[in-house]
Ligand binder design. Structure first.
Ligand SMILES: [Zn+2]
Length: 391
């Protein structure tokens, strides 16, 4: 090949490489996490505005840490970052690490093949130890949160215990509205992060993780997924992991669990569980949405159910749909067992971003919930649950 052709080919390859590393991750993130429809939302009523400003808001599930965005910088892409969470008056946000998503993932039957997070980890220039390890990915995403906390000048605070949560909320209450911190709690989505070893529960705990889901989109070594190929129950590893988590006071999350894994976990659990992000089947049928019978059993366990905002959870594209699902969950499980589980930045399309949460307060008023019930669902239930169940 003539030298000029070699140089040209090298330049083309280098440009393609740069595009892959610099442009692809943000493009993927923006395309997969949309706010729609972007209708000009009617301004909230004075009553909704005042109520919203007086709430302590808490949300059980956000996947921001997966993406190549600085959590401290306000973005026009995706759904959440610290400035938008603060603008939406969010007091407590659980951030989940994502460690495995099979190519061709779907709600009905996902084969465990062709992991997309591997490609994202390489394209986003995560450390090479994360490329082949689910556990290292969780730790890396946790580290990303810690770095953001350290660089935030107090705008983002990590709570790993009841004492830290209480102190952070007290400090927050003393600040004027524009300067209140967001308190973060760290979680992971699916026990594939254990890589088959129950001891990895201790590794995650030591790194600040305080909640873990049993499964994500595919069955793993510990538990069956609602979207998996076999949809089995808890394996011996899954049982041992659940016991170890409860000993450490890590919160067990049944979101995405198969119905058999859900049954096994509730039978085994000695402590209250959460379903961090879900829909309710009576309002929106679907393989991962909770039936009324599941909602009642969760209430007996003392559980907390986070209702999500995306169409697969509520079968609707507006805030009223989310409010209707919440109203049903409150009617069946009781007002103290329902919370928010946005799934912001979880490869979802949602009707409002973190800054626009006021429209949900308005929708809950429009659906006829009392101010007391709205206060509970929008955050007080989750804060109480964390106060009771963190170490
Ligand atoms: Zn999820």
């Amino acid at each position: 090949m003539p030298r000029r052709a070699v140089i040209a080919a090298t330049l083309v390859l280098a440009a393609a490489g740069l595009f892959f590393f610099l442009a692809v991750p943000p493009l993927v993130a923006a395309r997969m996490n949309r706010v729609a429809p972007r209708w000009p939302a009617a301004p909230a009523s004075d009553r909704a505005h005042r109520l919203h400003a007086s709430l302590r808001i808490a949300d059980l599930h956000d996947d921001l840490l997966l993406w190549d965005r600085d959590p401290l910088e306000r973005s026009t892409d995706g759904h959440s970052d610290v400035p938008r969470l603060a603008e939406g008056n969010v007091a407590v946000q659980m951030f989940s690490s994502v460690t495995e998503v099979p190519r061709g993932y779907n709600y009905e039957g996902t084969a465990r093949a062709g992991d997309l997070v591997t490609a994202l980890a390489v394209a986003s220039r995560w450390p090479s130890r994360t490329w082949g390890s689910r556990l290292e990915r969780a730790l890396h995403e946790g580290e990303k949160l810690r770095r953001a906390v350290a660089a935030s000048g107090g705008r983002l605070v990590l709570a790993t215990s009841r004492a830290e949560l209480a102190a952070a909320l007290e400090a927050r209450a003393a600040e004027p509205p524009g300067r209140r911190a967001v308190v973060a709690v760290l979680a992971t989505e699916g026990l594939q992060a254990l890589e088959g070893r129950v001891e990895a529960v201790d590794t995650l705990f030591a790194a600040g993780f305080r909640s873990a889901g049993l499964a994500h989109f595919s069955d793993n070594e510990a538990a069956g997924s609602a979207h998996g190929a076999a949809k089995g129950g808890l394996s011996p590893l899954g049982r041992a992991a659940l016991r170890r988590m409860e000993e450490r006071r890590m919160i067990v999350d049944l979101a995405h669990a198969s119905s058999r894994a859900f049954d096994d976990a509730l039978a085994l659990a000695r402590r209250p569980v959460i379903v961090s992000h879900t829909g309710v089947a009576a309002v929106c049928p679907g393989p991962r949405n909770l039936t009324d019978s599941q909602l009642r059993r969760l209430a007996r366990n003392g559980a907390l159910v986070g209702v999500g905002y995306w169409e697969g959870a509520v079968c609707d594209r507006g805030p009223r749909g989310v409010a209707r699902a919440i109203r049903h969950a409150v009617a069946v499980a009781g007002p103290s067992h329902v919370a928010l589980g946005s799934d912001f930045d979880g490869a979802t399309t949602v009707p409002f971003d973190a800054a626009g949460l006021e429209v949900l307060t308005q929708a809950l008023l429009d659906e006829g919930l009392t101010e007391g019930a709205i206060r509970a669902v929008m955050g007080e239930n989750a804060i109480r649950f964390l106060q009771e169940n963190l170490p």
